[in-house]
Design a protein around this ligand. Structure first.
Ligand code: FRU
Length: 496
């Protein structure tokens, strides 16, 4: 049956077959969410990159489409973005039928092999039939390279205040901002980041956008930067900066390093390009309005090539809404599943669970690997252990003394396919409310996504249990009774 292989995600996006990495070209146009991705159609390991393509009306169910972009004489097609050129600034379409324009990195293998440093350039392609067919621009590349080895992953958006296209582009250890009036001719405006943030690895997949702060009228700019390696729990991960953007330059007063997700398996994530509603002649019921929706690649370069699947490799996170909150003086970026995910949940009963001091309770369920577990906790010292019939366990722990949440997948199932996979992952949770916070877990056949306090602290990790988890032991490590309010386990419908 379709999508029923061992470890096949049932409600996360995965390609029908073969290798996938980064999300690319996420753009909303005429009621359709486009989703492209780094794709190698010949093997289940990374190889010459194409852009795979899928579409969705709700970001929950997907339709696979033919490959959108193939390598050409300028190189392989690396990561990038897509925009609706609503004013036909590029001239590729008309204002009545505005082109979709994809902006991506060309990676010239021959140049790399010859030891040159200028093998990554930026190219564009357009579609006049809402993404079904694509034509490469004959003037490619639109940005050449004068000797920067890592020069890639253009994310373009329409800057409504300055009426221009803005591109964020990474150059090894920093971000560059470029601008253009027609998507073809680009000028460099500024640089950011040599002296800010984490630098354990090369900077990749930038994204720059504005968000409201909580319910206030204050607005801030957020910059996402993926780095590989250098993530807090090893390998690749995504950091962010909160600051200002004046149309040319991004600046921030932030001194600390901030991570979007503390788990090992959320990389290269970026957000949907959605124009303000009034740029559309028509509006659609599924219009995302001003929501900022993020999708990340649910893997890690440390072991991405080694995970134990055969037909395809890897999946994406659930789409998540990003929001900014100000906690004390600090701006924090939250990420939390989009509301539409809720419609996949089968109805289930809520109950209040009380667990005696230093006691535990075990819940059975058939099975946890396609379920949501959700409750409101007023306790800060507890453990959640998922287990199966072959004694594999996935252990989550909250510890108030160290203000740390841990995810231990050392005995979670298949782990020996790569030496670093079996890890205990740690997440500091210093700002978690002491009174009450929500714990929400989304589990699929080969992943767990954990959201504390509405997305303030998040961990995403792959898991490969040999049997489904069918028991959950809830432990109270404190010396007083523990209350977990509104506890419920809901089955999640498959979407494939
Ligand atoms: C990030 C990345 C990008 C690059 C792509 C190549 O995972 O390394 O920087 O464009 O993957 O597939």
């Amino acid at each position: 049956e379709y999508y029923s292989e061992p470890f096949r995600p049932q409600y996360h996006f995965s390609p029908e077959e073969k290798w996938m990495n980064d999300p690319n070209g996420m753009v909303y146009h005429k009621g359709v969410y486009h989703f492209f991705y780094q794709y190698y159609p010949e093997d289940i390991v990374w190889g010459p990159m194409h852009w795979g393509h899928a579409t969705s009306k709700d970001l929950v169910t997907w339709e696979h489409k033919p490959i959108a972009l193939y390598p050409d004489k300028h190189g392989l097609i690396f990561s990038g973005s897509a925009v609706v050129d609503f004013g036909n600034t590029s001239g590729f379409g008309t204002t009545d039928n505005p082109p979709l324009v994809a902006i991506f990195t060309y990676h010239l293998m021959a140049g790399e092999k010859a030891g040159r440093k200028d093998f990554q350039t930026q190219g564009i392609a357009y579609s006049l039939d809402n993404g079904d067919t694509w034509t490469k621009y004959e003037g490619n590349p639109v940005i050449g390279n004068d000797g920067i080895k890592d020069f890639r992953d253009p994310k373009v958006f329409w800057d409504t205040e300055n009426s221009t296209w803005i591109m964020s582009l990474v150059a090894g250890d920093h971000l560059q901002i470029w601008s253009s009036d027609d998507l073809k001719s680009w000028s460099k405006r500024s640089e950011f980041g040599r002296d800010k943030g984490a630098h354990g690895g090369v900077w990749e997949c930038p994204d720059l956008f504005k968000l409201k702060v909580g319910d206030t009228e204050e607005e801030k700019w957020v910059l996402l930067i993926s780095i590989n390696p250098g993530a807090p729990n090893g390998g690749s991960g995504t950091q962010y900066f909160v600051g200002e953007f004046d149309g040319e330059q991004f600046t921030t007063e932030q001194e600390d390093i901030k991570w979007l997700d503390w788990g090992t398996d959320n990389y290269a994530g970026v957000t949907y390009n959605v124009l303000p509603e009034d740029y559309y002649g028509d509006t659609y019921a599924n219009d995302p309005k001003d929501e900022r929706i993020f999708i990340g690649w649910m893997s890690n370069w440390t072991y991405a090539r080694d995970t134990p699947t055969e037909k395809w490799r890897s999946a994406m996170t659930v789409p998540r809404t990003l929001s900014l909150e100000k906690n004390g003086e600090a701006y924090e970026l939250y990420n939390y599943p989009i509301k539409a995910i809720n419609k996949l949940l089968k109805p289930s009963e809520k109950k209040n669970l009380t667990i005696t001091a230093e006691g535990s309770e075990t819940i059975s369920h058939d099975h946890f690997n396609q379920a949501e577990i959700r409750f409101v906790s007023s306790a800060n010292d507890f453990g959640l252990t998922f287990g199966n019939e072959v004694n594999e366990t996935l252990v989550l722990k909250m510890d108030s003394a160290t203000q740390t949440f841990t995810l231990d997948r050392t005995k979670s199932g298949k782990t020996d396919f790569q030496e670093d996979f079996a890890s205990v992952q740690e997440m500091p949770v210093p700002q978690l409310p002491e009174e009450e916070f929500e714990v929400r877990i989304l589990m699929d056949h080969s992943s767990i996504e954990l959201f504390l306090n509405g997305g303030q602290y998040v961990m995403t990790a792959q898991i490969f249990p040999n049997e489904f988890y069918d028991s959950l032991k809830i432990e109270n490590f404190s010396g007083s009774e523990m209350l977990l309010k509104d506890f419920k386990v809901s089955k999640i419908r498959r979407v494939w």
